[in-house]
Structures are given as C-alpha cells and as structure tokens.
Design a protein around this ligand. Sequence first.
Ligand SMILES: Cc1ncc(C[n+]2csc(CCOP(=O)(O)OP(=O)(O)O)c2C)c(N)n1
Ligand SMILES: [Mg+2]
Length: 363
Amino acid sequence: MGTVARFEIGFTRYLSAEGAPAPDLPEFARDPAALLPLYRAMVLTRQFDLKAIAMQRTGQIGTFASALGQEAIGVGVASAMRAEDVLVPSYRDHAAQFVRGVTMTESLLYWGGDERGSAFSAAPHDFGNCVPIGTQVGHAAGVAYACKLRGEARVAVCILGDGGTSTGDFYEGMNMAGAWQVPLVIVVNNNQWAISMPRARQTAAPTLAQKAIAAGIPGEQVDGNDIVAVRHRVGEAIERARTGAGPALIEAVTYRLSDHTTADDASRYRDEAAVKEAWRHEPITRLRSYLASLDAWDAAREEALVRECQQAVGAAVDAYLKTPPPNVSAMFDCLYETLPAAMADQLDTAQRYAAGAPETHHG
Ligand SMILES: Cc1ncc(C[n+]2csc(CCOP(=O)(O)OP(=O)(O)O)c2C)c(N)n1
Ligand SMILES: [Mg+2]
C-alpha cells in the first residue's frame, strides 16, 4: 500500500512547569512589560473565581463555572485578538471576556440570571456564553464567513471544551470553516473532563487537535498552562486567518482544578492524587516564577497585586448587588418577534407574581 497523505500534530511549550524558558522563546516573552498585563489578568480571574463561588454558596448568584487552572487559555487567546475580532465563547471563558473588556459586574449579572449580563458594553459584537455544548462552532464559522464575504480583516475566535469535540456540531462547524476557508480560529480547552467524563473515555484519538485534519484544517497542540505558548501560537493562527490563509484549530492542554460548576462535586468521581499532581503545572505560578527569574516580580508586588484585584472584584460585586432588578419580561424579549401563546401565558404569570416579588432580585 502506498501513502496518499501524511499528517503530524505539533506541540508547543515555552515555559516549563518551573517557569524555565526555552531557548526559542518568542520575542514578546523576553519583555516583562508585555507579560505583566497577562499575569495581572490571570490573577484577577482567579480572584473573581474565588468570590463568585462564595457568592453562589451564599445564594447571591445562581450557578458558576470556575476557570481555576485554565486562566492562561482565556487570557492568552483574548490578548492575541484585536478589538474588532469576534469572540464566540463557552460558559467557562470569563478570563478571555475580561481581557476583551467585559466587566466582572456583567459576568455576575449573567450568572445571576440577568439578561443584561450578556449585553457587553465594551465588546458588543462578541457572542454571549454558549451553554449548549459545541453549538458555538457553527455560529463562529458563520461569523467568519460573514467577515470574509464583507471583505473585512476580522477573525472569529471560538473556544470550546474537550467534551465539545465529541459533538456533531463541532464537526459540522469545523467542516464548513474548512470548506469555505474562512477566518476562524477554534481553540479547544482540553481540561481533561466533560463534567465526570474523563478525556480518555471521550475518544480513542490520541489528540483532539488531529480532529481538524479531517476538515482540511491545520491542528496543533499547545501547553495550555503556558501563557507564552497559548498567546504566541493562537496569535500566529489569528494573523494567518486575517490574511486569508484560512481556519486553524489549537488544542490547549490543561486541567480543570475546580469542580465542573458549583452544581458538581468532583471528589465523587476523580482521584485527589491526580488533582494534586495537576496543581504542579498550573499557569499562574509558572509565569510568576519566570517573572521572578527576570527580576520583574517579588512577594511585595504579589501582595499588592492580589489586594488590588480583590478590591476590583469587590467593587464589581457591589455594583452587581446594587443593580435594580430587570423587567420581568426580559427573559422573553429576545426569543420571538411575537411570543407563541404558551409563552405569552408564562409571561403573564411571571408578571402577576412579580407584582408581589421582593424589591431586589439579587438580595
Ligand atoms: C448539547 C449539550 N449536551 C449536554 C449538555 C450538558 N453539559 C453541560 S457541560 C457538559 C460537559 C462539557 O465538557 P467540555 O466540553 O469538556 O467543557 P468544560 O465544561 O470541561 O469546560 C455537558 C455534557 C449541554 N450543555 N449541551
Ligand atoms: Mg472539559
């Protein structure tokens, strides 16, 4: 038998788990001034996560999906985008959203069940959080197609999970993107779990990146806990897409250090030893060690940054708690031009109950 095609899946890591740089480090990663904003964005996300979980536990938001341990993916991806690009995220992508300018108050409103949390003031063309797994890939391919059709130098960037790559929507969206050669970058956040389903039981494929090959799209892996690798490789893919070179897929390999959401208890299905081992690779300590080796970081600066981030989170929480409740009709507003009778009934019921509802919905 001859060979008609051959494929390889590359893997990129620039910072080791101990924060030691590889000799071929990209230029920006030699400059602390370029890295410090990325470090701050990761620390801010981690502080936000801690607070959001506490708020869910005290009944002040409905549910929450933590990004603990996965901060380098969101921050790395969003920092590689231009403002006019379009982020098409899942529900675990607040790290990326904050870099895009989505406010922490908006994120809390979203998790508090308030539609206004998805009307991003600073990133109005970005999509809201996609909860149905994998469906955002088709949306993103459509956005990218529109950019191409209009001749705009914009790129759609879609983020989904490892579990998302087991869905038909993922394959369909990716196939469209390949067939149309649109400016789309698909980032797979491989955090090893789809709720309680481990990566090994989701597919027999040795990498998720290779799924792109079937769609005629280049696929590669990066160490998703290395912000330099994520930022650099995603940035290259985005700029290739912007100049008409077509779509790409990047699998960022990481680990979900948290429960799936606040509605989950991961200790029921996973081994503590694996989680403990994964903590040795997490992204924030890694970048901090590297910054310290450049004499760009120390304990005093760490303490000041954490305090500053906690204050910013606190201010966002205050603004959230002070937001007056939305109109009761809000949850029906963007569904249909004319509500079907069954929903009109529900709206009517909601409005009658709201008349006797307490003053604030968050309290
Ligand atoms: C179409 C669809 N099927 C099932 C679910 C239920 N569900 C919610 S999260 C999840 C797992 C997703 O795992 P992954 O894609 O790896 O993302 P992660 O939560 O790990 O970031 C599932 C199956 C859903 N939201 N949508
Ligand atoms: Mg996952």
